[in-house]
Design a protein around this ligand. Structure first.
Ligand SMILES: [Zn+2]
Length: 511
Protein backbone atom coordinates (compact mmCIF):
# COMPACT_ATOMS: atom_id res chain seq x y z
CA UNK A 1 0.00 0.00 0.00
CA UNK A 2 2.79 2.39 0.96
CA UNK A 3 4.70 1.52 -2.23
CA UNK A 4 1.69 2.30 -4.35
CA UNK A 5 1.16 5.56 -2.53
CA UNK A 6 4.82 6.51 -2.87
CA UNK A 7 4.82 5.84 -6.58
CA UNK A 8 1.87 8.18 -6.99
CA UNK A 9 2.80 11.11 -4.79
CA UNK A 10 6.02 13.05 -4.51
CA UNK A 11 6.22 16.23 -2.49
CA UNK A 12 8.18 19.21 -3.78
CA UNK A 13 8.36 22.39 -1.69
CA UNK A 14 5.70 24.85 -2.77
CA UNK A 15 3.79 22.53 -5.04
CA UNK A 16 2.66 18.99 -5.00
CA UNK A 17 4.35 16.95 -7.69
CA UNK A 18 1.76 14.44 -8.67
CA UNK A 19 2.18 11.42 -10.86
CA UNK A 20 1.15 7.81 -11.12
CA UNK A 21 3.95 6.29 -13.15
CA UNK A 22 4.07 2.61 -14.00
CA UNK A 23 6.40 2.82 -17.03
CA UNK A 24 9.88 1.30 -16.99
CA UNK A 25 12.54 4.03 -17.39
CA UNK A 26 14.29 2.58 -20.47
CA UNK A 27 11.25 2.12 -22.71
CA UNK A 28 11.46 5.50 -24.45
CA UNK A 29 9.68 8.68 -23.35
CA UNK A 30 7.40 8.16 -20.37
CA UNK A 31 4.98 10.85 -21.47
CA UNK A 32 3.39 11.81 -24.78
CA UNK A 33 3.40 15.57 -24.28
CA UNK A 34 4.89 18.06 -21.85
CA UNK A 35 3.35 21.53 -21.71
CA UNK A 36 6.11 23.47 -19.95
CA UNK A 37 6.17 26.94 -18.36
CA UNK A 38 2.40 27.21 -18.11
CA UNK A 39 0.41 29.54 -15.89
CA UNK A 40 -1.95 26.76 -14.87
CA UNK A 41 -5.53 27.48 -13.87
CA UNK A 42 -6.90 24.13 -12.76
CA UNK A 43 -10.57 25.03 -13.15
CA UNK A 44 -11.40 24.42 -9.50
CA UNK A 45 -11.27 28.11 -8.55
CA UNK A 46 -7.87 28.30 -6.84
CA UNK A 47 -5.16 30.79 -7.90
CA UNK A 48 -3.07 30.21 -11.03
CA UNK A 49 0.27 28.46 -10.44
CA UNK A 50 3.39 28.07 -12.59
CA UNK A 51 3.47 24.45 -13.69
CA UNK A 52 4.70 21.86 -16.16
CA UNK A 53 1.90 19.52 -17.19
CA UNK A 54 2.61 16.04 -18.56
CA UNK A 55 0.11 14.13 -20.64
CA UNK A 56 0.00 10.39 -21.29
CA UNK A 57 -2.68 8.35 -23.06
CA UNK A 58 -4.88 11.41 -23.35
CA UNK A 59 -4.89 12.11 -19.62
CA UNK A 60 -3.15 14.51 -17.29
CA UNK A 61 -0.44 12.23 -15.92
CA UNK A 62 1.79 14.53 -13.90
CA UNK A 63 1.78 18.12 -12.68
CA UNK A 64 5.06 19.62 -11.47
CA UNK A 65 6.20 23.05 -10.36
CA UNK A 66 7.84 24.79 -13.33
CA UNK A 67 11.42 23.63 -13.86
CA UNK A 68 11.28 21.06 -11.07
CA UNK A 69 11.02 18.01 -13.31
CA UNK A 70 13.24 16.56 -16.04
CA UNK A 71 11.12 13.73 -17.32
CA UNK A 72 11.01 12.50 -20.91
CA UNK A 73 8.15 13.42 -23.20
CA UNK A 74 7.77 12.64 -26.90
CA UNK A 75 6.96 16.30 -27.58
CA UNK A 76 7.29 19.49 -25.56
CA UNK A 77 5.17 22.59 -26.03
CA UNK A 78 6.58 25.69 -24.37
CA UNK A 79 3.63 27.65 -22.96
CA UNK A 80 5.91 30.70 -22.41
CA UNK A 81 3.92 31.76 -19.37
CA UNK A 82 0.56 31.66 -21.07
CA UNK A 83 -2.53 30.40 -19.25
CA UNK A 84 -3.28 26.69 -19.47
CA UNK A 85 -6.87 25.96 -18.48
CA UNK A 86 -9.32 23.09 -18.90
CA UNK A 87 -11.23 23.32 -22.21
CA UNK A 88 -14.49 25.20 -21.78
CA UNK A 89 -17.78 23.31 -21.59
CA UNK A 90 -20.77 24.85 -23.35
CA UNK A 91 -23.94 23.69 -21.57
CA UNK A 92 -26.37 25.01 -24.19
CA UNK A 93 -25.37 24.83 -27.82
CA UNK A 94 -26.74 23.85 -31.19
CA UNK A 95 -25.64 22.28 -34.46
CA UNK A 96 -25.94 19.11 -36.48
CA UNK A 97 -22.79 16.96 -36.20
CA UNK A 98 -23.76 15.07 -39.35
CA UNK A 99 -23.89 18.34 -41.34
CA UNK A 100 -21.11 20.42 -39.74
CA UNK A 101 -18.93 17.96 -37.80
CA UNK A 102 -15.89 20.27 -37.48
CA UNK A 103 -17.39 22.71 -34.95
CA UNK A 104 -14.40 24.99 -35.54
CA UNK A 105 -16.45 27.93 -34.23
CA UNK A 106 -16.39 26.29 -30.79
CA UNK A 107 -12.73 25.17 -30.85
CA UNK A 108 -11.69 28.75 -31.73
CA UNK A 109 -13.36 29.85 -28.47
CA UNK A 110 -11.47 27.29 -26.38
CA UNK A 111 -14.57 25.08 -26.12
CA UNK A 112 -13.87 21.33 -26.08
CA UNK A 113 -17.32 20.00 -25.08
CA UNK A 114 -20.73 21.14 -26.30
CA UNK A 115 -24.25 19.92 -25.60
CA UNK A 116 -26.80 19.08 -28.28
CA UNK A 117 -30.50 18.19 -28.26
CA UNK A 118 -31.51 21.42 -26.51
CA UNK A 119 -34.78 23.36 -26.28
CA UNK A 120 -36.88 20.19 -26.45
CA UNK A 121 -35.53 19.18 -29.84
CA UNK A 122 -33.25 16.16 -30.38
CA UNK A 123 -32.75 13.69 -33.27
CA UNK A 124 -36.11 12.06 -33.97
CA UNK A 125 -34.90 8.50 -33.49
CA UNK A 126 -36.37 6.08 -30.95
CA UNK A 127 -32.92 4.59 -30.61
CA UNK A 128 -30.60 7.42 -29.64
CA UNK A 129 -27.74 4.91 -29.54
CA UNK A 130 -28.02 4.56 -33.31
CA UNK A 131 -27.55 8.30 -33.76
CA UNK A 132 -24.59 8.25 -31.36
CA UNK A 133 -22.86 5.53 -33.43
CA UNK A 134 -23.54 7.40 -36.65
CA UNK A 135 -22.00 10.62 -35.27
CA UNK A 136 -19.00 8.73 -33.90
CA UNK A 137 -18.42 6.98 -37.23
CA UNK A 138 -18.70 10.26 -39.08
CA UNK A 139 -16.18 11.97 -36.79
CA UNK A 140 -16.57 15.21 -34.80
CA UNK A 141 -14.26 18.08 -33.91
CA UNK A 142 -15.46 18.58 -30.31
CA UNK A 143 -16.96 16.39 -27.62
CA UNK A 144 -20.73 16.23 -27.52
CA UNK A 145 -22.89 15.64 -24.46
CA UNK A 146 -26.31 14.69 -25.91
CA UNK A 147 -29.69 15.60 -24.43
CA UNK A 148 -33.06 14.15 -25.31
CA UNK A 149 -35.75 16.66 -26.21
CA UNK A 150 -39.22 16.73 -24.66
CA UNK A 151 -40.82 17.95 -27.91
CA UNK A 152 -39.15 15.11 -29.79
CA UNK A 153 -40.41 12.56 -27.23
CA UNK A 154 -43.93 13.98 -27.60
CA UNK A 155 -43.74 13.46 -31.36
CA UNK A 156 -42.28 9.96 -31.05
CA UNK A 157 -45.01 8.98 -28.57
CA UNK A 158 -47.72 10.23 -30.93
CA UNK A 159 -48.77 13.07 -28.63
CA UNK A 160 -47.70 15.95 -30.85
CA UNK A 161 -49.62 19.08 -29.93
CA UNK A 162 -52.29 17.45 -27.76
CA UNK A 163 -52.59 19.34 -24.48
CA UNK A 164 -52.98 16.22 -22.34
CA UNK A 165 -51.58 12.82 -23.36
CA UNK A 166 -53.61 9.67 -22.69
CA UNK A 167 -52.32 7.32 -19.97
CA UNK A 168 -50.89 5.03 -22.66
CA UNK A 169 -49.22 7.89 -24.53
CA UNK A 170 -47.68 9.22 -21.33
CA UNK A 171 -46.39 5.75 -20.44
CA UNK A 172 -44.91 5.43 -23.91
CA UNK A 173 -43.18 8.81 -23.57
CA UNK A 174 -41.76 7.91 -20.13
CA UNK A 175 -40.39 4.65 -21.56
CA UNK A 176 -38.82 6.43 -24.52
CA UNK A 177 -37.26 8.92 -22.11
CA UNK A 178 -35.87 6.20 -19.87
CA UNK A 179 -34.29 4.46 -22.88
CA UNK A 180 -32.85 7.71 -24.26
CA UNK A 181 -31.24 8.47 -20.88
CA UNK A 182 -28.88 5.54 -21.49
CA UNK A 183 -27.18 7.87 -23.98
CA UNK A 184 -28.11 11.37 -22.82
CA UNK A 185 -27.20 13.61 -19.92
CA UNK A 186 -30.76 14.68 -19.32
CA UNK A 187 -34.02 15.99 -20.72
CA UNK A 188 -34.31 19.34 -22.46
CA UNK A 189 -37.58 21.22 -22.68
CA UNK A 190 -38.57 24.04 -25.01
CA UNK A 191 -41.79 25.32 -23.48
CA UNK A 192 -41.99 28.37 -25.75
CA UNK A 193 -41.96 26.21 -28.87
CA UNK A 194 -44.20 23.63 -30.47
CA UNK A 195 -45.03 21.01 -29.37
CA UNK A 196 -43.56 21.55 -25.87
CA UNK A 197 -45.68 24.62 -25.20
CA UNK A 198 -48.78 22.43 -24.98
CA UNK A 199 -47.48 20.40 -22.01
CA UNK A 200 -48.98 20.93 -18.58
CA UNK A 201 -47.09 20.91 -15.30
CA UNK A 202 -48.23 17.37 -14.37
CA UNK A 203 -46.70 15.90 -17.54
CA UNK A 204 -43.42 17.72 -16.93
CA UNK A 205 -43.24 16.45 -13.34
CA UNK A 206 -43.81 12.84 -14.48
CA UNK A 207 -40.94 13.19 -16.96
CA UNK A 208 -38.72 14.84 -14.33
CA UNK A 209 -39.34 11.90 -11.99
CA UNK A 210 -37.72 9.56 -14.53
CA UNK A 211 -34.84 12.02 -15.00
CA UNK A 212 -34.32 12.20 -11.23
CA UNK A 213 -34.39 8.41 -10.84
CA UNK A 214 -31.45 8.25 -13.27
CA UNK A 215 -29.60 11.14 -11.58
CA UNK A 216 -29.75 13.25 -14.72
CA UNK A 217 -30.84 16.87 -15.17
CA UNK A 218 -33.79 18.75 -16.71
CA UNK A 219 -32.55 21.70 -18.78
CA UNK A 220 -35.32 24.08 -19.67
CA UNK A 221 -35.95 26.82 -22.16
CA UNK A 222 -38.71 28.06 -19.90
CA UNK A 223 -42.29 28.80 -20.85
CA UNK A 224 -41.95 32.57 -20.86
CA UNK A 225 -38.87 34.78 -20.45
CA UNK A 226 -40.76 38.09 -20.24
CA UNK A 227 -39.82 39.96 -17.09
CA UNK A 228 -43.31 39.82 -15.58
CA UNK A 229 -43.60 36.07 -16.28
CA UNK A 230 -40.15 35.04 -15.06
CA UNK A 231 -41.14 34.06 -11.51
CA UNK A 232 -44.08 31.99 -12.81
CA UNK A 233 -41.77 30.24 -15.29
CA UNK A 234 -39.22 29.52 -12.57
CA UNK A 235 -42.01 28.20 -10.31
CA UNK A 236 -43.00 25.74 -12.98
CA UNK A 237 -39.42 24.51 -13.28
CA UNK A 238 -39.13 24.24 -9.47
CA UNK A 239 -42.06 21.80 -9.45
CA UNK A 240 -39.80 19.50 -11.51
CA UNK A 241 -36.90 20.46 -9.23
CA UNK A 242 -38.56 18.59 -6.36
CA UNK A 243 -37.88 15.30 -8.16
CA UNK A 244 -34.79 16.02 -10.31
CA UNK A 245 -31.90 18.44 -10.68
CA UNK A 246 -33.07 21.35 -12.85
CA UNK A 247 -31.33 24.03 -14.91
CA UNK A 248 -32.49 27.24 -16.57
CA UNK A 249 -31.18 27.50 -20.13
CA UNK A 250 -30.09 30.97 -21.32
CA UNK A 251 -31.56 32.75 -18.29
CA UNK A 252 -32.73 36.17 -19.34
CA UNK A 253 -35.25 38.82 -18.52
CA UNK A 254 -36.98 40.11 -21.63
CA UNK A 255 -37.38 43.86 -21.09
CA UNK A 256 -36.41 43.73 -17.40
CA UNK A 257 -33.91 46.41 -16.39
CA UNK A 258 -31.10 46.94 -13.91
CA UNK A 259 -28.80 45.02 -11.59
CA UNK A 260 -31.39 45.21 -8.78
CA UNK A 261 -33.82 43.18 -10.84
CA UNK A 262 -31.02 40.64 -11.40
CA UNK A 263 -30.59 40.43 -7.60
CA UNK A 264 -34.31 39.62 -7.25
CA UNK A 265 -34.04 36.84 -9.82
CA UNK A 266 -30.90 35.47 -8.17
CA UNK A 267 -32.69 35.53 -4.80
CA UNK A 268 -35.46 33.32 -6.22
CA UNK A 269 -32.82 30.79 -7.28
CA UNK A 270 -30.94 31.03 -3.97
CA UNK A 271 -34.15 30.56 -1.95
CA UNK A 272 -35.00 27.48 -4.01
CA UNK A 273 -31.58 26.03 -3.27
CA UNK A 274 -32.11 26.75 0.45
CA UNK A 275 -35.32 24.74 0.17
CA UNK A 276 -33.36 21.79 -1.26
CA UNK A 277 -33.96 22.26 -4.97
CA UNK A 278 -30.82 21.77 -7.04
CA UNK A 279 -31.13 24.55 -9.59
CA UNK A 280 -28.48 26.16 -11.77
CA UNK A 281 -28.57 28.33 -14.90
CA UNK A 282 -26.55 29.55 -17.84
CA UNK A 283 -26.34 32.95 -19.50
CA UNK A 284 -24.81 34.16 -22.77
CA UNK A 285 -23.01 37.50 -22.92
CA UNK A 286 -25.12 39.27 -25.55
CA UNK A 287 -28.14 41.52 -25.23
CA UNK A 288 -30.02 40.08 -28.18
CA UNK A 289 -31.68 36.68 -28.26
CA UNK A 290 -32.14 34.65 -31.44
CA UNK A 291 -35.00 32.39 -32.45
CA UNK A 292 -37.48 31.59 -35.20
CA UNK A 293 -39.85 34.48 -35.75
CA UNK A 294 -42.80 32.29 -34.66
CA UNK A 295 -41.68 33.38 -31.18
CA UNK A 296 -43.37 36.74 -31.85
CA UNK A 297 -46.72 35.19 -32.84
CA UNK A 298 -49.48 34.19 -30.40
CA UNK A 299 -49.83 30.52 -29.37
CA UNK A 300 -52.91 30.19 -31.61
CA UNK A 301 -51.08 31.16 -34.81
CA UNK A 302 -47.68 29.49 -34.69
CA UNK A 303 -48.12 26.47 -36.98
CA UNK A 304 -48.93 26.86 -40.71
CA UNK A 305 -52.49 25.53 -40.21
CA UNK A 306 -53.17 27.70 -37.17
CA UNK A 307 -51.70 30.70 -38.98
CA UNK A 308 -54.05 30.30 -41.96
CA UNK A 309 -57.07 30.12 -39.67
CA UNK A 310 -55.86 33.08 -37.61
CA UNK A 311 -55.35 35.20 -40.75
CA UNK A 312 -58.88 34.52 -41.91
CA UNK A 313 -60.85 34.64 -38.69
CA UNK A 314 -58.80 36.68 -36.19
CA UNK A 315 -56.88 39.12 -38.43
CA UNK A 316 -57.47 42.29 -36.37
CA UNK A 317 -56.63 40.50 -33.12
CA UNK A 318 -53.44 39.08 -34.67
CA UNK A 319 -52.31 42.51 -35.89
CA UNK A 320 -52.95 44.07 -32.51
CA UNK A 321 -51.08 41.27 -30.75
CA UNK A 322 -48.02 41.74 -32.99
CA UNK A 323 -48.07 45.55 -32.61
CA UNK A 324 -48.13 45.24 -28.82
CA UNK A 325 -45.55 42.50 -28.70
CA UNK A 326 -43.04 44.21 -31.00
CA UNK A 327 -43.45 47.58 -29.28
CA UNK A 328 -42.91 45.95 -25.89
CA UNK A 329 -39.78 44.32 -27.29
CA UNK A 330 -38.18 47.69 -28.09
CA UNK A 331 -39.89 48.27 -31.44
CA UNK A 332 -39.29 47.10 -35.04
CA UNK A 333 -35.67 48.34 -35.13
CA UNK A 334 -34.84 45.83 -32.36
CA UNK A 335 -35.69 42.78 -34.51
CA UNK A 336 -32.77 41.94 -36.83
CA UNK A 337 -33.60 39.22 -39.34
CA UNK A 338 -31.04 36.50 -39.87
CA UNK A 339 -32.38 34.40 -42.73
CA UNK A 340 -32.48 35.08 -46.46
CA UNK A 341 -33.82 37.06 -48.23
CA UNK A 342 -34.00 39.39 -45.22
CA UNK A 343 -30.55 38.72 -43.71
CA UNK A 344 -29.10 41.76 -41.97
CA UNK A 345 -32.28 43.85 -42.16
CA UNK A 346 -34.41 44.94 -39.22
CA UNK A 347 -38.20 45.04 -39.30
CA UNK A 348 -37.83 48.84 -39.39
CA UNK A 349 -35.62 48.57 -42.50
CA UNK A 350 -38.27 46.40 -44.16
CA UNK A 351 -41.00 48.92 -43.27
CA UNK A 352 -39.11 51.55 -45.28
CA UNK A 353 -38.23 49.20 -48.11
CA UNK A 354 -41.72 47.76 -48.55
CA UNK A 355 -43.75 50.78 -47.44
CA UNK A 356 -45.80 48.62 -45.06
CA UNK A 357 -46.20 48.62 -41.27
CA UNK A 358 -44.30 45.82 -39.51
CA UNK A 359 -47.40 43.88 -38.39
CA UNK A 360 -48.52 43.52 -42.01
CA UNK A 361 -44.99 42.51 -43.05
CA UNK A 362 -44.98 39.83 -40.36
CA UNK A 363 -48.35 38.48 -41.47
CA UNK A 364 -48.37 38.95 -45.26
CA UNK A 365 -44.68 38.84 -46.21
CA UNK A 366 -42.78 36.72 -43.68
CA UNK A 367 -45.21 34.56 -41.65
CA UNK A 368 -44.34 32.62 -38.48
CA UNK A 369 -42.21 30.05 -40.33
CA UNK A 370 -40.56 32.53 -42.67
CA UNK A 371 -37.45 33.75 -40.83
CA UNK A 372 -35.23 33.69 -37.79
CA UNK A 373 -34.10 36.82 -36.05
CA UNK A 374 -32.03 38.45 -33.35
CA UNK A 375 -34.11 40.38 -30.82
CA UNK A 376 -32.46 43.19 -28.88
CA UNK A 377 -34.53 42.79 -25.76
CA UNK A 378 -32.08 42.50 -22.86
CA UNK A 379 -30.49 44.99 -20.47
CA UNK A 380 -26.72 44.88 -20.06
CA UNK A 381 -26.67 45.71 -16.34
CA UNK A 382 -29.21 42.98 -15.58
CA UNK A 383 -27.72 40.27 -17.77
CA UNK A 384 -24.14 41.05 -16.67
CA UNK A 385 -25.05 40.63 -13.01
CA UNK A 386 -26.59 37.24 -13.81
CA UNK A 387 -23.51 36.15 -15.74
CA UNK A 388 -21.23 37.08 -12.84
CA UNK A 389 -23.10 34.98 -10.27
CA UNK A 390 -21.18 32.03 -8.86
CA UNK A 391 -24.04 29.56 -9.46
CA UNK A 392 -24.49 30.56 -13.10
CA UNK A 393 -22.32 29.32 -15.93
CA UNK A 394 -21.93 30.44 -19.52
CA UNK A 395 -23.44 29.00 -22.66
CA UNK A 396 -23.32 30.13 -26.27
CA UNK A 397 -26.83 29.03 -27.31
CA UNK A 398 -25.04 29.21 -30.66
CA UNK A 399 -24.17 27.01 -33.59
CA UNK A 400 -21.66 26.89 -36.45
CA UNK A 401 -24.20 28.45 -38.83
CA UNK A 402 -26.54 30.64 -36.72
CA UNK A 403 -26.79 34.32 -37.64
CA UNK A 404 -25.91 35.62 -34.17
CA UNK A 405 -22.39 36.39 -32.91
CA UNK A 406 -22.86 34.20 -29.82
CA UNK A 407 -22.13 31.03 -31.83
CA UNK A 408 -18.61 32.20 -32.66
CA UNK A 409 -17.88 34.71 -29.91
CA UNK A 410 -19.37 33.80 -26.51
CA UNK A 411 -16.41 32.39 -24.58
CA UNK A 412 -13.95 34.86 -26.08
CA UNK A 413 -16.26 37.77 -25.27
CA UNK A 414 -16.55 36.63 -21.66
CA UNK A 415 -12.76 36.66 -21.19
CA UNK A 416 -12.21 39.81 -23.26
CA UNK A 417 -15.09 41.85 -21.89
CA UNK A 418 -15.98 40.59 -18.41
CA UNK A 419 -12.57 39.44 -17.17
CA UNK A 420 -10.00 41.67 -18.92
CA UNK A 421 -11.84 44.92 -19.81
CA UNK A 422 -14.33 45.19 -16.96
CA UNK A 423 -12.50 43.17 -14.33
CA UNK A 424 -15.95 42.03 -13.15
CA UNK A 425 -14.82 38.46 -12.35
CA UNK A 426 -11.32 37.03 -11.85
CA UNK A 427 -9.98 34.78 -14.59
CA UNK A 428 -9.71 31.86 -12.16
CA UNK A 429 -13.35 32.22 -11.10
CA UNK A 430 -14.64 32.63 -14.66
CA UNK A 431 -12.64 29.57 -15.76
CA UNK A 432 -14.10 27.60 -12.82
CA UNK A 433 -17.63 28.52 -13.87
CA UNK A 434 -17.04 27.52 -17.50
CA UNK A 435 -15.21 24.25 -16.71
CA UNK A 436 -15.56 22.29 -13.46
CA UNK A 437 -18.87 23.94 -12.57
CA UNK A 438 -20.33 23.18 -16.00
CA UNK A 439 -19.00 19.62 -15.74
CA UNK A 440 -20.74 19.19 -12.38
CA UNK A 441 -24.02 20.47 -13.86
CA UNK A 442 -23.79 17.86 -16.62
CA UNK A 443 -22.57 15.13 -14.26
CA UNK A 444 -19.32 14.82 -16.25
CA UNK A 445 -16.74 13.33 -13.92
CA UNK A 446 -13.62 12.94 -16.05
CA UNK A 447 -13.42 16.44 -17.54
CA UNK A 448 -13.57 20.08 -16.48
CA UNK A 449 -10.40 20.42 -14.40
CA UNK A 450 -6.65 19.90 -14.70
CA UNK A 451 -6.13 17.10 -12.22
CA UNK A 452 -4.37 13.77 -12.34
CA UNK A 453 -6.28 11.20 -14.35
CA UNK A 454 -8.64 13.73 -15.93
CA UNK A 455 -8.94 13.76 -19.70
CA UNK A 456 -6.52 16.34 -21.10
CA UNK A 457 -9.03 18.68 -22.77
CA UNK A 458 -7.05 21.90 -22.45
CA UNK A 459 -6.72 25.41 -23.82
CA UNK A 460 -3.60 27.58 -23.95
CA UNK A 461 -3.98 31.37 -24.22
CA UNK A 462 -2.89 34.84 -23.21
CA UNK A 463 -6.04 36.51 -21.83
CA UNK A 464 -4.92 39.94 -23.07
CA UNK A 465 -5.00 38.79 -26.70
CA UNK A 466 -8.45 37.17 -26.69
CA UNK A 467 -10.84 38.74 -29.19
CA UNK A 468 -14.46 37.92 -30.00
CA UNK A 469 -14.46 38.94 -33.64
CA UNK A 470 -18.06 38.00 -34.41
CA UNK A 471 -20.51 40.91 -34.71
CA UNK A 472 -24.22 41.14 -35.53
CA UNK A 473 -23.57 42.10 -39.17
CA UNK A 474 -20.69 39.58 -39.37
CA UNK A 475 -21.56 36.81 -36.94
CA UNK A 476 -19.53 33.98 -38.47
CA UNK A 477 -16.04 35.33 -37.66
CA UNK A 478 -13.92 32.94 -35.58
CA UNK A 479 -12.65 34.19 -32.24
CA UNK A 480 -8.90 34.68 -31.87
CA UNK A 481 -6.38 34.34 -29.06
CA UNK A 482 -6.96 30.75 -27.99
CA UNK A 483 -3.62 29.60 -29.37
CA UNK A 484 -3.81 25.84 -28.88
CA UNK A 485 -6.79 23.71 -27.97
CA UNK A 486 -6.20 20.09 -26.94
CA UNK A 487 -8.76 17.32 -26.93
CA UNK A 488 -7.72 14.20 -25.03
CA UNK A 489 -4.12 15.41 -25.14
CA UNK A 490 -4.00 15.93 -28.92
CA UNK A 491 -3.83 19.31 -30.64
CA UNK A 492 -7.28 19.95 -32.11
CA UNK A 493 -6.87 23.63 -33.00
CA UNK A 494 -3.74 25.71 -33.61
CA UNK A 495 -2.74 28.79 -35.62
CA UNK A 496 -6.36 29.84 -36.03
CA UNK A 497 -7.64 26.59 -37.55
CA UNK A 498 -8.72 23.04 -36.75
CA UNK A 499 -5.89 20.54 -37.15
CA UNK A 500 -7.82 17.28 -37.17
CA UNK A 501 -11.49 16.81 -37.62
CA UNK A 502 -12.30 13.85 -35.47
CA UNK A 503 -10.69 14.19 -32.05
CA UNK A 504 -14.05 14.70 -30.38
CA UNK A 505 -16.28 11.97 -29.01
CA UNK A 506 -19.93 11.57 -28.11
CA UNK A 507 -19.67 11.39 -24.33
CA UNK A 508 -21.55 8.84 -22.27
CA UNK A 509 -23.43 9.79 -19.13
CA UNK A 510 -22.52 7.86 -16.01
CA UNK A 511 -24.85 4.90 -15.70
ZN1 LIG B 1 -33.55 28.05 -26.14
Amino acid sequence: MWNLFRSCLLLIPGLLLLSCSDTEPDQGPSYDTLISNARMIDGLGGPAVDADVYIRNGEVALIAATGQSTLDAAQTIDARGRVLAPGFIDVHSHGDPLQTPEFENFLAQGVTTITLGQDGDSPENENLGQWVSQVRDNGIGVNIAPFVGHGTLRNLAGIGQKPVPSTEELQRMLELLNNALDYSFGLSTGLEYNPGLHAKEAELVELARVVGSRDRIVMSHMRNEDDDQLEASLDELMSQGRVARVHVSHLKSVYGKGADRAEEILAVLANAREAGIEITADVYPYNASYAGIALLFPVWSKTPQEFEIAKQSRRAELEEYLINRINRRNGPAATLLGTDPYTGKTLADLELELGMPFEKILIDVIGPQGAGGAYFIMDDALQSRLLEDEMITASSDGSPTGFHPRGHGTFAKIIEEYVVNRGAVSLEEMVRKMTSFSASILGLQDRGSIELGKVADLVLFDPETIRANATYPNPLQLSSGFDIVFIAGEVAFENGASTQESLGDVLSPNQ
